[in-house]
Design a protein around this ligand. Sequence first.
Ligand code: 13P
Length: 235
Amino acid sequence: MNKLIVGNWKMNGTMTSARNLAAELVTFQKNKPVQVTVVVCPPYPYLGVVALRLMDSSLRWGAQDCAAHENGAFTGQVSAAMLKDMSCQYVIVGHSERRSQGNETDEHILQKAQKALAAGLTPIICLGENLQEREQGKAVDVVLSQAQQAIPEGKCIIAYEPVWAIGTGKVPTASQIEEIHQALAKKKPVLPLLYGGSVKAGNAAEILKIPHVNGLLVGGASLNAAEFWAIAEAA
Ligand code: 13P
């Protein structure tokens, strides 16, 4: 399976920095080509400028969320069909920041993933336990329950992102990642599995060696083209 490296830019940058970052990645792909699939997920308003920069490259783009509805009176929301219209191929759904800040449940996430699939996008569905659940020894159960409830039938990608590893610099041990990925691979045998949470150029190769890790979902380190490219090269 071709490794997949996804950059989640979250709510960062300006139009100019988004355009420059996309242009720098295209230059890296030209000068230091990688065989892996590289995807960036900029903030919604910058999808257009990023798409223009990446259009003639092998790099792909996606969004950080989509609506659970098709269209209509949903002020402030963006539909999966609109993302497809912007030539997105992927959309992240169920990120832990959406779950906690947007009160999203597995049921919402399932609906969003279904809308994404119906629009022809590949949903990247995020799962992960919080620190308390980890400390109580419930990590595998929590993640499998989220997988059971939030993942529809179809061509989805799963991203295991332990909440306590996101933006903290704390990375689970290889055996902790392997345990979760093993359980997910057993439950959803055909779906690619990503790991996310404090991935950097310095730890990417090691994480990618863990069985069943098919790629990475990168936050902070995806905002720096050289660092993000080093992660892609590690894959
Ligand atoms: P960091 O890589 O900044 O820890 O963020 C991970 C993440 O949330 C990616 O979706």
